[in-house]
Design a protein around this ligand. Structure first.
Ligand SMILES: Cc1cc2nc3c(=O)[nH]c(=O)nc-3n(C[C@H](O)[C@H](O)[C@H](O)COP(=O)(O)OP(=O)(O)OC[C@H]3O[C@@H](n4cnc5c(N)ncnc54)[C@H](O)[C@@H]3O)c2cc1C
Length: 188
């Protein structure tokens, strides 16, 4: 049995993990065109949680009843920390995949015909196909809403987008971050 998983984001990874726990025999091939780990690791969950961490620590210090004093929040370092998380390579996730005895094929996967995924010139026949290609937000036709939401095309755009998270959750996260760092949530 050959299982091809199209898309190596958290859904694809978890599928590989779950299948491997039940089935040690089947051949598994994961096809990923960018980074194994997908949006959550490099563009969404982890970078945004990292961006919040500095303000959270700062806010905790502010409400420590004087037990911790002199804490300074450095916005440049907050974003540098976030960028460090967002920019790392996927070597550890590739290693994890190998430890699950799953092969990785890098590139754009296309279902060429029933039973075959093609990645460039390479054909991957499958018995079972798992589509875990994630999703893209729809952009309403509102004047001025021309910004990229998915960060699909390279480092500069990725940086710019991840600076505020994403179209919807970015502002919400930034607001939470500001609220926390400005001490607005100091009295719970
Ligand atoms: C700012 C932000 C913060 C978030 N925070 C959290 C959080 O704290 N907790 C939480 O649970 N969720 C969070 N989410 C949601 C979470 O990021 C997504 O639910 C999750 O990443 C979806 O995973 P996925 O594998 O379905 O999709 P993706 O991560 O998008 O993975 C799909 C993968 O498929 C690949 N792919 C697509 N098409 C092809 C193809 N044809 N060939 C090869 N590869 C292909 C893509 O390159 C991608 O890597 C957050 C989202 C955002 C935007």
């Amino acid at each position: 049995m050959h299982v091809v998983v199209l898309g190596g984001g958290s859904t694809g990874e978890h599928f590989v993990w779950a299948l491997r726990r039940l089935d040690t025999e089947s051949e598994i091939t994961l096809v990923e065109r960018r980074l194994v780990g997908g949006e959550c690791s490099y563009w969404a969950c982890l970078p945004t949680k990292t961006a919040l961490r500095g303000p959270e620590i700062h806010a905790d210090a502010e409400r420590s009843f004087g037990a911790v004093t002199g804490a300074q929040l450095d916005a440049e370092r907050v974003f540098a920390w976030r960028d460090w998380v967002a920019e790392r390579d996927d070597a550890s996730q590739v290693e994890w995949l190998a430890s699950k005895n799953a092969a990785l094929v890098r590139g754009d996967g296309v279902v060429d015909r029933p039973g075959v995924v093609r990645v460039g010139d390479r054909e991957l026949p499958y018995d079972r196909l798992v589509v875990a290609t994630g999703s893209s937000p729809a952009i309403p036709p509102i004047d001025g809403s021309t910004r990229s939401t998915t960060g699909r095309t390279g480092k500069r755009r990725r940086r710019r987008r991840s600076r505020s998270g994403s179209w919807c959750s970015g502002p919400a996260r930034s607001a939470a971050s500001w609220r926390s760092s400005s001490g607005a949530s100091a009295r719970r």
